[in-house]
Design a protein around this ligand. Structure first.
Ligand SMILES: Cc1ncc(COP(=O)(O)O)c(C=O)c1O
Length: 453
C-alpha cells in the first residue's frame, strides 16, 4: 500500500537550517541605507534587531546550527507530516501525485512559529525584554505571541485594521498567549497618527503596520522589532520545512517535478523551495512555482526595484519585486498575501529564472480551497488556497500534456480561524479582483526617485 502520511521520528528533525546565500550563482544586490545610499552595515540595524540575528541575516555560511532550546520547542509539533492527497488526486482525475507538507500542525496553525521561536530565543539571550511586530491575517502575530510566552518576553502586535475586524479570534489567540494586539493604523505611533489624519477609515496595510511596529520597538527600552517574513534570516529559519520534506520524500524514493507555495512576503514558499532550488542550482530538473493574488501581484506585475519594506520609509531599501511602498491592497481575505514587496531572496531567484511566479484570483482560490476541504478534510487558510489553485492548474496542464507529474506543495496553514472568509465566499459576497494597470502605475510613483538596482 502506498503511504498516506510520511512521518519522521523526533530524532530525525533537522539540526541545521540551510542558507541559500552560500549557493547563489550570482550575488544579490545589497540592501541600501536610505540616507547614504550605501550598503547597510550591521550597526545600522542594531536599534531594530539583536546583533545575533543581524549576523544571521548577513551570514553566507551554508548550514547554520539550530540551537538546542529551539529544537526543543520545534519538537512540540515538528517534524510535520508529509501527506499524499489521494482524494484530491482522484477528484482532479489528472496524471499527478500530490504531496503536501502540513504546516497547519503547529500550535498557531501555520508555518509562522518556525521563525517566531528562534527569533524570540535569539532576542531573549541577547537580553531583550519586549518584541514589537505587525500582523496581517493574524497568523504571524499569534505565532510570535506564543513564542514570546515560551521564552518569557513581552509582545506587542500591530494588526492590520481590516483583519483585526474580520478575524477577532486571532486577536484572542494573541491575548491568550499574553500578547497585546492593537489595530493598525493606531494613534500609538506617529506613523499611525499620520495615516489616520489623512484617512480615518484606512483599512491599514502590512506596510503601515510594519512602520508602527518599528517605531514602537525603536522608541522603547530593551525592545526590538521582529519581522515574520521578507528578511534573509526568516527564509533561513523556514528551510526546516523543505529539509524535512527532502528526508521524507527520500524515504519513499520520490523526488518532485514541481515544488509550489503561496507567496506573501515569501517565507513559507522559500521554506519549502530553497532546499530544492539548491538541487536545481546543481543541475536537478525541478520546476518551482510561487502563487500570489491577482489583487496584489508583486512578482507577476511589479518591477524589480529598490523600495522600502514599510509605508513610512523607515526600513533599509530592499532589492525586490514591489508594487511601491505606498500601495494599499484591496481588503481581500488572504491578509497574509497583501504585501507590496517580496523577500529579496525570492525576488533574486525569480529574476534569475529559478522560480516561476503565477497569480490567482480570489474566486479561483476559494473554489480550489473548498474542493480541497470537501475531499481532503482540512479547511485551508485563504493564503494556502492560492497554492491549491496552482496545484489544480498544474494538474490540468499535466492532463493536457499527457505527462505524469509529482507535485509537492507547502500547506502553509489551516483556515479554522478564517471561516468568515469562507462565509463571504459561500454566500456570494466575494468578487473577482484584478489590479488595474492604472492602479499599479499610480502605486509605483512612490519609488520613482529611489536608487535603481
Ligand atoms: C497561512 C499563511 N500562509 C502564507 C502566508 C504568507 O506569508 P509568507 O509569504 O511569508 O509565507 C501567511 C501570512 O500571514 C499565512 O498566514
Amino acid at each position: 500500500m502506498e503511504p498516506r502520511k510520511i512521518v519522521l521520528p523526533d530524532s530525525e528533525i533537522p539540526k541545521q537550517w540551510y542558507n541559500i546565500l552560500s549557493d547563489l550563482p550570482t550575488p544579490m544586490c545589497p540592501p541600501l541605507h536610505p540616507g547614504t545610499g550605501k550598503p547597510v552595515q550591521p550597526e545600522d540595524l542594531a536599534p531594530v534587531f539583536p546583533m545575533n540575528l543581524i549576523e544571521q541575516e548577513m551570514s553566507t555560511e551554508r548550514f547554520i546550527d539550530i540551537p538546542e532550546p529551539v529544537i526543543e520547542k520545534y519538537l512540540l509539533w515538528r517534524p510535520t507530516p508529509l501527506c499524499r492527497a489521494f482524494n484530491f488526486e482522484k477528484l482532479l482525475d489528472a496524471p499527478v501525485k500530490i504531496y503536501y507538507k502540513y504546516e497547519g500542525a503547529s500550535p498557531a496553525g501555520s508555518h509562522k512559529p518556525n521563525t517566531a521561536i528562534p527569533q524570540a530565543y535569539y532576542n531573549k539571550i541577547f537580553g531583550i525584554k519586549r518584541l514589537s511586530s505587525e500582523t496581517g491575517a493574524g497568523q504571524w502575530g499569534s505565532a510570535l505571541s506564543m513564542a514570546c510566552a515560551m521564552f518569557g518576553l513581552e509582545c506587542r502586535i500591530f494588526m492590520v485594521r481590516i483583519s483585526y475586524d474580520q478575524k477577532p479570534y486571532r486577536r484572542l489567540m494573541m491575548t491568550t498567549w499574553g500578547g497585546e494586539c492593537i489595530a493598525s493604523p493606531s494613534d500609538r505611533t506617529k506613523a499611525g497618527q499620520k495615516i489616520l489624519a489623512e484617512n480615518p477609515d484606512s483599512p491599514g496595510s502590512l506596510g503601515i503596520a510594519i512602520s508602527e511596529a518599528i517605531e514602537d520597538a525603536v522608541g522603547g527600552k530593551d525592545s526590538r522589532y521582529s519581522l515574520g517574513s521578507v528578511l534573509n534570516h526568516v527564509m533561513l529559519h523556514q528551510t526546516v520545512i523543505g529539509l524535512e520534506a527532502q528526508k521524507q520524500l527520500a524515504q519513499i524514493g520520490e523526488y518532485p517535478d514541481v515544488v509550489m507555495g503561496c507567496a506573501g512576503g515569501g517565507s513559507n514558499f522559500a521554506g519549502i523551495a530553497l532546499p530544492f532550488i539548491r538541487d536545481k542550482i546543481h543541475g536537478k530538473d525541478v520546476l518551482v512555482v510561487g502563487a500570489e493574488p491577482t489583487s496584489c501581484p508583486t512578482l507577476t506585475r511589479g518591477p524589480f526595484a529598490y523600495d522600502f519594506g514599510d509605508t513610512a520609509m523607515t526600513t533599509p531599501l530592499l532589492p525586490m519585486y514591489t508594487l511601491g511602498h505606498g500601495f494599499i491592497p484591496e481588503p481581500i481575505h488572504a491578509g497574509g498575501l497583501r504585501y507590496h514587496g517580496m523577500a529579496p531572496i525570492v525576488s533574486h531567484l525569480v529574476r534569475e529564472g529559478m522560480i516561476e511566479p503565477r497569480a490567482y484570483d480570489q474566486i479561483e482560490t476559494f473554489t480550489a480551497g473548498v474542493k480541497w476541504a470537501r475531499s481532503e478534510g482540512v479547511i485551508p487558510a485563504p493564503e494556502t488556497n492560492h497554492v491549491i489553485a496552482a496545484v489544480v492548474q498544474e494538474a490540468e496542464r499535466a492532463k493536457q500534456e499527457g505527462k505524469q507529474k509529482t507535485i509537492l506543495f507547502n500547506f502553509s496553514g489551516h483556515g479554522m480561524v478564517d471561516l468568515a472568509a469562507y462565509d463571504a465566499f459561500l454566500s456570494g459576497r466575494l468578487h473577482q479582483h484584478k489590479l488595474s494597470d492604472e492602479a499599479i502605475a499610480l502605486a509605483l510613483k512612490s519609488i520613482e526617485n529611489l536608487p535603481k538596482p
